[in-house]
Design a protein around this ligand. Structure first.
Ligand SMILES: Nc1ncnc2c1ncn2[C@@H]1O[C@H](COP(=O)(O)OP(=O)(O)OP(=O)(O)O)[C@@H](O)[C@H]1O
Ligand SMILES: O=C(CO)[C@H](O)[C@H](O)COP(=O)(O)O
Length: 409
């Protein structure tokens, strides 16, 4: 237990216990604010007076853990950039560390890439004839031990899988953050790791769209041939179907990206239909809704307040079942012509967990250059980012509240 001094103008109950609102006035201690859990001995009984209280603070750091699953090249990094931006501040690799580190650290979040738990390096996989998606190429015992340790507030020496050399590099030190995001191929594969997640997301990119994105990136940016991209997707498909795709059944939110239905037989793959599947009954998470919660709505917002060129924009909202779970679906087909007009759509969405009117639009405008900024991928990634912030804040508040209760007892 550490000690801290509390300076507070507060109201007191008749029994002299400190009220929940007083937490906001806690003096900074070496611990993070949410861990300033107080056991106060005595205090003044005069309301709204300045008082000094000496309290003991149990050292109870706890990290909120988020899992993000998707195949390679399906937008995990883009999503992470949107999420980090919601919390403010930029994410960067550990300072002075391995330049090929896959880790991204910001003030609030640390994102670790689960590729770092490959137990077989590139050559090892080749020799054994397994892909990186195969559980035999990954060390789930170590993944579990280290994510658990971080969740409990302990630093770990995490291995690094070097995507440049294809080798396993010496480990890097990871300190427990406020929010740990584990992103990669298998965050929900191992039951023990899954149990550690406070919230989980699956990016479900349909084959057609995945192919279009891969071509765009791997041909344009990495100089791969069309044939080699096709071959690599085909080679991964059986393991993807066996080990990666089934994880979506466990996800609290799924962002599904499909070809548009607004253009009959579209084969260009530029216009997307994006579905946000939100599980009902998840602690600290309540789904976003359009117009009226629980109803079924089809909405074309194009007109005086939203400029749309061909083929327009269509929204859908309604209840559904997903792997026998009750879910709410929010769907957007089409793309925005003018992102500043997104405010019109935002004003018809409820339960967004924004901190001010127009925050979704502001976030989207901040990152116009990110892929998917003019369609449902960017919109729903931003919404899920805001939901994660809200979930984190609720967990922190509930911990503080629970400890206050303990203090009263
Ligand atoms: N919403 C989107 N709309 C259009 N293209 C996208 C979108 N998201 C991602 N892409 C394309 O896919 C590529 C990969 O995106 P990103 O780097 O975010 O994925 P990733 O899952 O982190 O990939 P990897 O695991 O291979 O590093 C981008 O360069 C871009 O070409
Ligand atoms: O599916 C992947 C996740 O990003 C990679 O293909 C896997 O990590 C192997 O990496 P590399 O191809 O660099 O050896």
């Amino acid at each position: 237990m550490a000690s801290c001094t509390v300076y507070t103008t507060h109201s007191l109950s008749s029994s002299g216990t400190i009220s929940k609102t007083s937490i906001g006035f806690l003096h900074q201690s070496p611990l993070r604010p949410e861990n300033q859990i107080i056991f106060c001995k005595r205090t003044t009984k005069r309301p709204n007076s300045l008082s000094t209280i000496t309290c003991s603070v149990p050292e109870y750091p706890k990290t909120v853990v988020i899992g993000l699953a998707a195949d390679s090249g399906c937008g995990k990094s883009t999503f992470m950039r949107r999420l980090t931006s919601v919390f403010g501040g930029d994410a960067a690799p550990p300072k002075g560390g391995n330049p090929d580190s896959n880790t991204l650290i910001s003030d609030t979040t640390t994102v670790i890439c689960l590729d770092d738990y490959h137990s077989l390096d590139r050559n090892g996989r080749k020799v054994k004839g397994v892909t990186a998606l195969d559980p035999r190429a990954n060390d789930f015992d170590l993944m579990y031990t280290q994510v658990k340790a971080l969740k409990e507030g302990k630093a770990v020496e995490k291995p690094i899988y070097n995507h440049v050399s294809g080798l396993l590099d010496p480990p890097e030190l990871i300190q427990p953050p406020k929010i740990l995001v584990i992103e990669g191929l298998h965050p929900m594969y191992d039951e023990r790791v899954r149990e550690l997640l406070d919230f989980s997301i699956y990016l479900d990119i349909s084959n057609e769209v995945k192919f279009a994105w891969k071509i765009q990136r791997d041909m344009a940016e990495r100089g791969h041939s069309l044939e080699s991209i096709k071959a690599s997707i085909e080679a991964r498909k059986p393991d993807f179907d066996a080990y990666i795709d089934p994880q979506k059944q466990y996800a609290d939110a799924v962002i599904e990206v499909l070809p548009t239905q607004l253009i009959p037989d579209d084969n260009e793959g530029k216009i997307l239909r994006v579905k946000l599947v939100m599980k009902e009954g998840v602690k600290y998470f309540s789904p976003v809704y359009l117009f009226d919660e629980g109803s079924t709505i089809s909405w074309i917002p194009c007109g005086r307040k939203l400029t749309c060129s061909y083929p327009g924009i269509k929204f859908f909202y309604g209840p559904d079942a997903y792997f026998s779970n009750e879910v709410s679906i929010l769907e957007m087909d089409g793309q925005f012509d003018r992102l500043d007009e997104l405010i019109y759509v935002e004003s018809h969405l409820s339960n967004l967990s924004t901190k001010f009117y127009g925050e979704v639009t502001q976030q989207m405008l901040k990152h116009v250059d990110f892929p998917g900024s003019n369609n449902g991928t960017g919109l729903f990634q931003t919404i899920v980012g805001l939901k994660i912030r809200d979930l984190y804040e609720q967990i922190v508040a509930s911990r503080a509240g629970a400890t206050l209760e303990t203090a009263k007892v």
